[in-house]
Ligand binder design. Structure first.
Ligand SMILES: C[S@@+](CC[C@H](N)C(=O)[O-])C[C@H]1O[C@@H](n2cnc3c(N)ncnc32)[C@H](O)[C@@H]1O
Length: 212
C-alpha cells in the first residue's frame, strides 16, 4: 500500500509548479509565523488558481488572508481588470503580509484590508463572482449569510476546512466550538435550496457552492 506522503509527492510532481515567489512565501510563513499550517500550500493554491481560471470572476472576496498565499494564487488566475478583496482581522499580520503583496507582480489586483470581514463587508458596494471563506470556523454561518447577499447569481463560494480533520462526523467533538461551527455551516448549506453544493475531501475538506 502506497504511503499518503508518497502519493502527495507524486501529485505535486504532476501538477503545475507553485513558482519561486510562492515557494519563498511558503517557507517564510513556516519560519516566521505561528500556525503556518493555515497557509494553503502548493496543491490547494493551484486548485484555487484553476477555479479562478474556470469561473473568470471580475471580483473575488477572501475572508482570512493570513500570510497571503491563497490570495496570491487567486490573483494569479485573474484576468485584466479583475480584483481580489482580502480581509484579515489580525492587525499584527499586516507587517508580514503587505510587503509580500506589494512586491508581487499582482500588487494592482489585490486590495488587502485589515479588519473583521463581518463588520466591513456590509459597507462594500461590490458584488462577488467568487468568494473564498477561510476565517474563524466558529463564524462560518455568519460569513455564509452575509456573503450570500454579496454574491452574483451564478457565482461560486469556496469554503475551506469543512471536514475539520474528520471531526464533523466524530461524536467525540460534539462540544468543540470550531467543530460545532463547521457542522452548523454544513447543515445550513445542505438544506439551502438557493445553492448547488459539493464537498471535496481535499486536505481538510473544501465545499464548492454555486448560487443559482
Ligand atoms: C486559515 S487562515 C487563512 C489562510 C489563507 N487563506 C491561506 O489559505 O493561505 C485564517 C485567517 O483568518 C483570519 N480571520 C479570522 N476571522 C476573521 C474575520 N472575521 N475577518 C477577517 N479575517 C479573519 C485569521 O486571523 C487567520 O489569519
Amino acid at each position: 500500500m502506497v504511503e499518503t506522503d508518497q502519493l502527495d509527492e507524486y501529485i505535486l510532481e504532476h501538477i503545475d509548479e507553485e513558482g519561486e515567489y510562492l515557494h519563498r512565501l511558503y517557507r517564510a510563513t513556516h519560519t516566521q509565523l505561528l500556525r503556518p499550517r493555515m497557509a494553503s500550500g502548493h496543491l490547494q493554491g493551484r486548485l484555487l488558481k484553476m477555479f479562478v481560471r474556470m469561473v473568470r470572476p471580475k471580483n473575488i472576496l477572501e475572508i482570512g488572508t493570513y500570510s497571503g498565499y491563497s490570495a496570491l494564487c487567486m490573483a494569479e488566475g485573474l484576468e485584466d481588470g479583475g480584483k481580489i478583496y482580502t480581509f484579515e482581522i489580525n492587525d499584527e499580520q499586516e507587517d508580514f503580509t503587505r510587503p509580500w503583496f506589494e512586491n508581487s507582480q499582482y500588487a494592482d489586483k489585490i486590495d488587502f484590508r485589515i479588519g473583521d470581514a463581518l463588520e466591513h463587508l456590509p459597507e462594500m458596494d461590490v458584488m462577488f463572482d467568487l468568494a473564498f471563506i477561510d476565517g474563524d470556523k466558529r463564524k462560518y454561518v455568519d460569513y455564509y449569510n452575509m456573503v450570500m447577499q454579496h454574491m452574483s447569481a451564478g457565482g461560486y463560494m469556496l469554503a475551506d476546512n469543512t471536514l475539520w480533520d474528520g471531526h464533523v462526523a466524530d461524536p467525540a467533538y460534539d462540544k468543540d466550538a470550531q467543530t460545532v461551527g463547521i457542522r452548523a455551516f454544513n447543515d445550513l448549506v445542505a438544506k439551502d435550496d438557493r445553492v448547488e453544493k459539493v464537498i471535496l475531501p481535499l486536505r481538510d475538506g473544501l465545499t464548492i457552492i454555486r448560487k443559482k
